[in-house]
Write a protein that binds this ligand. Structure first.
Ligand code: BYE
Ligand code: ZN
Length: 572
């Protein structure tokens, strides 16, 4: 069949495309789209050597390498959810390529504060150097830094701070134009993008495969069964090995005839589909799964439930936050993202996590359930969907009330009872960080708040309602956590411990400790705030020479009581 060869450049890189003369127009467009590593919503423009835009179609005039066409990716449609996540089959490779692209092309990159300043025409470091030089000179001549130099320094610092405070929002495309042009490649290419890059994944996969043949010690295998396990000590490839150990030590490999290569491939795909975000990342997936694993052993669930129920629970934990982008359901709904539209505002995230899980399992090389009869697969699918959808916190009260109501006559052979228990177990595992040692738990809270603050920043920027507990101006670490532990964690954990009293020491005691710790921190913060207010008052009074009564009242804050919010919460 006759084919055409078209020579063109994309981002200055020479490419050539070959296609049959009679192939469909869409195929030719797709071909150019992948050459440009463009996403499904990007607009492509093809220019001939005269600079005219020409149609990307099978009718393209064949050319030679020295009369190249020029291909440009002009814009991305950013109406979709942040960073357009959908990976419905035909676009899967494009999405991968798109994020791959983030590592290579200067457009749509994460740009650092200094670079943004550079692009804006400011050269922060040279300004700073000049200021330092000036300061030194003046210091030598005058003996002290003059107010004007000090003022300028403060301005440069504050500008840098401002730039850095919005740095993480660069993916919104706000800085896209600025980073185009002739910026040289710079270290910020190494900054992590939301989606994992192919290189990142391959590197971890190789390490994982190398390590998976090594024997994990008995000591680690035992440690893995306890909530004291410290996830921060392990890198991603090791974590994948540990997940493999969980499937092995629960006898899933033998019971469900899971081939080790398929399990490895499945775990790798799971790893790949957790994003680089502060909290809902692969390490969170591991922690939740590890807590579930710990609960299974601590409560001796193997003697109470069927192996298939345990397989459902562990796999649900593994998959429960797949492809989370760091924005919660409220955001999805308010911003009318693709996810909210697709799922009609009903648990958009959880539906998505679950759909991604089964999308992975559709590929036979990843399908750890591929050797099971259809009825078992159906049971597993039903169970996983139930468990993952139960992690939507808006359903928290309903699920807890249901569990309380069946507790007095709990029956491990009753399907409805089992279903609720499984939902409770995944919920407990999902929010169980505070049941871990302080050194493990506290960094997790920092990660969560970082993710929340990011969301509220974006909500402010986009003019959406700001979720109150995510507002960095309103919540502090201890204030948010004491309420959460009192009103969410403890009531939930206590009900589970009613069914399994042995859990008291393993998960309730550490949570109570955490509550004390954050209560103390809250008091300390309060004291600090009062002290600051008092000294500010003192300074103001000292500085103010003539103040009329009314101005004094409106400007000077009147003692610590005015600041102290009186929180009335009973002791637990
Ligand atoms: C929850 C829902 C969604 C995502 F701000 C994460 F006080 C969580 F509300 N988790 N998971 C663990 C948590 C924790 N939320 C909070 N504390 C946790 O330890 C409370 C939040 C910091 C805030 Cl519930
Ligand atoms: Zn989660």
């Amino acid at each position: 069949m006759a084919t055409k060869i078209i020579y063109f450049t994309v981002n200055g890189r020479p490419e050539q495309a070959e296609f049959p003369v009679d192939c469909p127009a869409q195929d030719v467009k797709d071909l150019f789209r992948s050459a440009a590593e463009a996403g499904p919503h990007d607009i492509l423009k093809l220019y001939n050597p005269k600079g005219n835009i020409i149609n990307i179609s099978p009718g393209l005039e064949p050319n030679s390498p020295n009369s190249c066409y020029k291909l440009e990716v002009v814009a991305a449609d950013r109406n979709s959810e942040p960073l357009g996540t959908f990976t419905s089959a035909p676009w899967e490779s494009y999405c991968l390529d798109l994020f791959q692209n983030c590592q290579q092309s200067p457009s749509s990159l994460v740009i650092s504060g200094a670079e943004l300043a550079g692009a804006l025409g400011f050269d922060l470091s040279s300004m700073e150097k000049r200021l330092q030089g000036l300061e030194k000179k003046i210091l030598m001549e005058a003996g002290e830094t003059p107010a004007v130099v000090y003022e300028m320094k403060k301005q440069v610092d504050s500008f840098r701070e401002k730039l850095e405070s919005v740095e993480h929002l660069s993916w919104l495309g706000l800085f896209k134009d600025l980073s185009e042009g002739n910026l040289k490649p710079s270290p910020f290419y190494l900054k992590r993008t939301l989606r994992k890059t192919r290189e990142e994944c391959e590197h971890v996969r190789e390490k994982f495969l190398q390590m998976s043949s090594l024997e994990v010690s008995e000591e680690v295998r035992q440690y893995l069964k306890t909530p004291t396990f410290d996830n921060w000590q392990w890198e991603d490839a090791e974590i994948m090995v540990l997940l493999q150990v969980m499937y092995t030590d629960l006898d899933f490999i033998a019971t469900f005839n899971i081939e080790p290569e398929v399990l490895q491939q499945f775990l790798f795909e799971v790893y790949r589909r957790y994003n680089n975000i502060p909290f809902h990342n692969f390490k969170h997936c591991f922690c939740v799964t590890q807590m579930m694993y710990g609960l299974i052993w601590l409560t001796d669930l193997r003697s109470k439930l069927d192996a298939i129920d345990l397989l459902i629970m562990l796999t649900s934990a593994v998959c429960h936050d797949l492809d989370h982008t760091g924005y919660n359901n409220a955001y999805q709904i308010n911003a009318r993202t693709e996810l909210a539209l697709r799922y009609n505002d009903i648990s958009p995230l959880e539906n998505h996590h679950c759909a991604v899980a089964f999308e992975l399992l559709e590929k036979t090389e990843n399908n750890i359930f591929r050797n099971l009869p259809m009825d078992q697969y159906k049971q597993i699918r039903e169970g996983i969907i139930k468990c993952i959808l139960a992690t939507d916190m808006t359903r928290h009260n309903d699920i807890l009330i249901k569990f309380k109501s069946i507790l007095p006559a709990f029956d491990f052979t009753n399907k409805d009872h089992k279903d609720v228990l499984m939902m409770i177990l995944i919920k407990v595992s999902d929010i169980s960080n505070e049941a871990r040692p302080m050194e493990v738990a506290e960094p997790w809270l920092d990660c969560l708040l970082q993710e929340f603050y990011n969301q509220s920043d974006v909500e402010k920027l986009e003019g959406l309602p700001v979720t109150p507990f995510m507002d960095r101006d309103k919540v502090t670490k201890p204030s948010s956590q004491t309420g959460f532990i009192r009103f969410v964690l403890l009531p939930l954990f206590i009900e589970l411990a009613n069914l399994f009293p042995c859990l008291e020491q393993h998960i309730i005691d550490p949570v109570r400790k955490a509550l004390d710790y954050y209560t103390e921190m809250e008091k300390a913060l309060e004291r600090e705030k009062q002290n600051r207010a008092q000294s500010e008052n003192a300074a103001k009074i000292k500085d103010t020479t003539v103040v009329t009564q009314s101005t004094a009242e409106s400007h000077v804050e009147v003692g610590p009581e005015a600041h102290t919010p009186q929180t009335v919460v009973g002791d637990t």
